[in-house]
Design a protein around this ligand. Structure first.
Ligand code: ARG
Length: 596
């Protein structure tokens, strides 16, 4: 990512510190400075091991030397000490409070005019585009929990990059093309049932698909027929097309219901079929450039669901020269295309159309090797736009506990409805109008699912645990939503006053200062989340903030503060906390409510 301007308090501190180190002849880069590490008794810690090498001194000695000589005048730092090979610094409480408040209200120079809702946002993405490929379920198959993860992570990254000023293009790359549709059309021709299709479409299509595979084991002519059907589809045969369109329509209806519940949207839902007219030119171009070859594969080749034997003449891109043993298959002997062919056509289209800085593919770990092949092929074809696989682990389901099992798969819609039901039970006794309860239950239930996913490192697997997910007192979505409602309730009781007079010098307790530090750390979390494609950086930060808020809430009187200045300042603090929790949750795609 490009240079990130030092607009927020902590970044300004790092810059300042690096400048002061330069005065001592030491070249410290701001990124070396550590912040927000709970195990260190410092607000900023500078490890000097690298610097010590350059000046040929023991790190302890250099740290001591810096602590004694560093000029602190005009800085927001008060105490400085050396500890081992570290230089430790603390904030002046009043400066911390003042500067965080000014950042929040858009008073600080680099942030002038920015509204509180945009605290933690950046503008350096302005003028740049990023394409995010997410969700991307397959037509005629159930929306799986894997696709749920892609949807939730993809939407969060979408929100985060928008918050940095990027133009973000979200594209739902539906799996609506490929030989499996030949199989489906073939199966439908033989065993299809119109009534069943309209009653329970995905179920029926899945049954047909499963049946095809079972029967094809004994009747190999089915495979041939299926290939013929797909060829008909690719060449625009009207019967094949009309039926296929109906499958697509029915599946999309079901997907739409899931997206509605989740509150997810896309800029485009183009799907693989959209690129059908471009496939031949992809193949021709790759051949012309000498990147692809028409030949018999050295050994039987498996690509996704496809297998070709070493007797067939196919078009493939050999990748051994970039260290990948398995070639990428572009065209089978009967002239039909593959997932990878459509992938390249898609990427070409996105690059032509939107000129992105990079393209993110939010897809599970199981396609890791395929994406290595694909991005290597893109480079060979001369495209320099990075195609980045944002991979993730599986969701593990506690057997039997996860609601309806319809056959071999879990209906995602049932999972979401169950989360909403369980959320409803939590707020059952509350004195709120029914319609409001309904909406709160949806937000809490959906928020719980999303937070459980996004609060963990995305490459790890997620264990689906209802109790943890919905706990009001743990690291959960509902816990954060609840904390937000507490901040709102304080503000309502205070008469929602405009925070005009803030007295930074009045905030001195550890509870107050810890809150301010967490708020100060928020913009860094946004950057880290974007740079590493890791929404959990934001989740973890607002969780820490929320925990600090609980300590504060239990110990520090706000509405009954001993004097009006203090009350005003604490209210301003509570307001900032609420907004930052809300912003963080919003970036994760989680909605809040005024009360619950
Ligand atoms: N439909 C694919 C699947 O379910 C995921 C597509 C991901 N996006 C992509 N450009 N390959 O496996």
């Amino acid at each position: 990512m490009t240079e990130i301007p030092a607009v927020y308090f902590l970044a300004r501190c790092r810059q300042l510190l690096s400048d002061r180190f330069a005065e001592l002849g030491l070249e410290l880069t701001p990124a070396e400075i550590r912040t927000g590490e709970p195990e260190i008794d410092a607000d900023l810690a500078v490890p000097v091991f690298r610097l010590a090498k350059t000046v040929r001194k023991p790190p302890e000695e250099l740290a001591r030397h810096v602590a004694e000589t560093l000029n602190l005048t005009g800085t927001p730092f008060t105490a400085i000490s050396a500890s081992g090979g570290y230089v430790n610094l603390k904030f002046q409480p009043c400066e911390l409070a003042r500067q965080v408040f000014e950042d929040y209200h858009g008073i600080s120079p680099g942030l002038s005019g920015q509204t509180p809702e945009r605290y933690g946002s950046f503008t350096f993405g302005t003028g740049k585009t990023i394409v995010i490929d997410y969700s991307s379920p397959n037509i005629a198959k159930p929306f799986s929990v894997g696709h749920l993860r892609s949807t939730v992570i993809g939407q969060a990254l979408y929100n985060i990059y928008s918050f940095l000023g990027y133009r973000v293009i979200g594209d739902n790359h539906l799996g609506d093309w490929g030989t499996q549709f030949g199989k489906l059309l073939c199966a439908y021709e033989i065993w299809g049932d119109v009534a069943e299709l309209s009653r329970s479409s995905t179920r029926h299509l899945l049954d047909l698909y499963i049946r095809f595979h079972q029967e094809a084991k004994e009747k190999p002519e089915l495979e041939r027929k299926a290939r013929e059907w797909f060829r008909r589809l690719e060449t625009g045969d009207p019967v094949a097309r009309t039926r296929w369109q109906e499958f697509v329509r029915l599946s999309r209806q079901e997907f739409e219901r899931v997206y509605q519940l989740l509150g997810v949207r896309f800029d485009h839902t183009l799907g693989e079929s959209f690129y059908a007219p471009r496939l031949q030119s992809v193949i021709d171009r790759a051949l012309r450039l000498g990147i692809a070859r028409r030949e018999k594969p050295p050994a039987p080749l498996t690509a996704g669901e496809e297998t070709v034997s070493e007797q067939e003449t196919v078009v493939l891109i050999p990748l051994d020269r970039v260290g990948i043993k398995v070639p990428l298959l572009l065209q089978k002997s009967d002239g039909t295309s593959l997932y990878a062919t459509r992938e390249i056509a898609t990427a070409e289209y996105r690059i032509e159309q939107w000129h992105p800085e990079k393209i993110l593919y939010v897809v599970g770990n199981e396609q890791e090797f395929y994406f290595k092949q694909f991005s290597a092929a893109m480079k060979l074809l001369g495209y320099d736009v990075p195609c980045i696989h944002v991979n993730f682990g599986l969701i593990r389901l506690p057997e039997g506990r996860l609601s309806t099992r319809a056959g071999r798969f879990i209906l995602l819609e049932d999972v979401i409805h169950e989360a909403i039901e369980r959320a409803r039970a939590i707020i059952q006794g509350r004195d709120l109008p029914e319609s409001e309860k309904e909406e709160i239950a949806r937000r809490v239930g959906v928020g719980a699912i999303k937070y459980a996913d996004l609060s963990q490192n995305r490459v790890k697997e997620v264990v689906f645990d209802w109790n943890r997910m919905l706990a009001l007192d743990g690291d959960s979505g509902p816990y954060l939503q609840y904390a937000y409602t507490r901040t709102r309730s304080i503000m309502r009781k205070a008469g929602n006053l405009e925070i005009v007079d803030f007295h930074p010098e009045t905030l001195v307790t550890p509870e107050e200062l810890n809150l301010l530090k967490q708020i100060a750390l928020f913009p860094d979390a946004v950057i880290a989340a974007a740079q590493n494609y890791e929404p959990h950086r934001i989740a973890n930060r607002i969780y820490r903030l929320t925990r600090e808020f609980s300590f504060f809430y239990d110990r520090i009187p706000v509405l009954n503060a001993p004097n009006p200045e203090l009350k005003r300042s604490r209210l301003a603090l509570v307001e900032m906390v609420g907004t930052v929790i809300r912003t963080g949750l919003k970036l994760l795609g989680i909605e809040v409510m005024e009360r619950m």
